[in-house]
Design a protein around this ligand. Structure first.
Ligand code: DO4
Ligand code: MG
Length: 285
């Protein structure tokens, strides 16, 4: 089931179910006014099925504005979870290479704070590249949506925008390479109900268009993530609580060649089978 946040006109964000990739069923009249309560249920699927049984308003997907599927959840990210990310980062950095090598093999994963929801953009809105960076890339990532008990309640698509020259200059610059205005996109909605085994068989694709032409394309699969979802969620929720739940980006497995950097006006399209497509133009921030 596909759970979304949406607006019509100037209305407050509402919660809906996307049916047939063309219709949004407005769940407001069924008493569902936020993501948190649904995700915190023992059985979100049963709760959504119960809600959708009523006679609820249906809107054309094309007539609503999708919001990022995040309310008060902090957004975190795992790093160096794919071999491709490890090798690309070892190559970009003179003196941090061993850190990436070690963290890929270590029991404790790299987890870093990405942003609060106010820095997240939804599908359709621009992601940003820093004006003081020379080498900027999107990072297409499966995002785990976790409830307040640390349970993976669904997943969505994430873009962990990164400035590779800043990160590569010194590992201590990671927060500046990763956190700035419009540095994270999430959407288009949350897929609820798939098992980890099913998700691991999905495909992740990245396509970057420039002036109507494809300038980069790549693909991978969540099956290539070195760690289990439970392991990543367990480390994130170890010694800290998330009263509103959290979103965890699970790392990138697609890295464009070193000669590639994003430009203003590029369109970044990330697809994950089982979820949908997250599509964002690029601006300078
Ligand atoms: O260690 C730096 C960041 C890694 C990351 O964001 C990734 O592997 O996706
Ligand atoms: Mg990343």
């Amino acid at each position: 089931m596909k759970l979304c946040r949406f607006r019509t006109g100037d209305s407050e964000a509402r919660i809906g179910l996307v049916a047939d990739d063309s219709t949004v069923i407005d769940l407001t009249a069924a008493g569902i006014i936020g993501l948190e309560a649904v995700l915190d249920c023992d059985d979100p699927i049963a709760e959504l099925q119960r809600a959708a049984r009523g006679n609820l308003p249906r809107l054309a997907l094309s007539a609503v504005r999708l919001c990022a599927p995040v309310e008060r959840q902090e957004v975190w990210a795992a790093g160096v979870t794919y071999l491709r990310s490890k090798t690309a980062r070892m190559a970009e950095s003179d003196f941090s290479a061993t850190a990436y090598d070690r963290v890929y093999a270590a029991e404790r994963p790299e987890l870093f704070f990405k942003c609060l929801p106010e820095k997240v953009v939804p599908t359709g809105e621009p992601v940003g590249i820093r004006r003081d960076a020379r080498w900027n890339v999107p990072e297409p990532e499966l995002a785990l949506v976790m409830n307040s008990r640390g349970r993976v309640a669904g997943c969505t698509i994430g873009n962990d925008m990164s400035s590779r020259d800043i990160e590569g200059e010194n590992l201590l610059y990671l927060p500046q390479a990763k956190i700035y205005d419009r540095s994270c996109a999430l959407g288009p909605w949350i897929a609820v109900g798939a098992t980890e085994a099913a998700v691991r068989a999905w495909k992740i694709t990245l396509e970057i268009q420039r002036g109507g032409r494809r300038v980069f394309g790549g693909e991978t699969s969540p099956g290539q993530i070195k760690r289990s979802f439970a392991d990543l969620a367990g480390f994130l929720f170890r010694c800290q609580i998330f009263p509103h739940g959290a979103v965890l980006l699970t790392g990138t497995g697609i890295v464009p060649p070193d000669s590639f950097t994003l430009q203003v006006g590029d369109i970044v399209e990330i697809g994950i089978t089982g979820i949908g497509v997250l599509r964002n133009p690029v601006v300078v921030t």
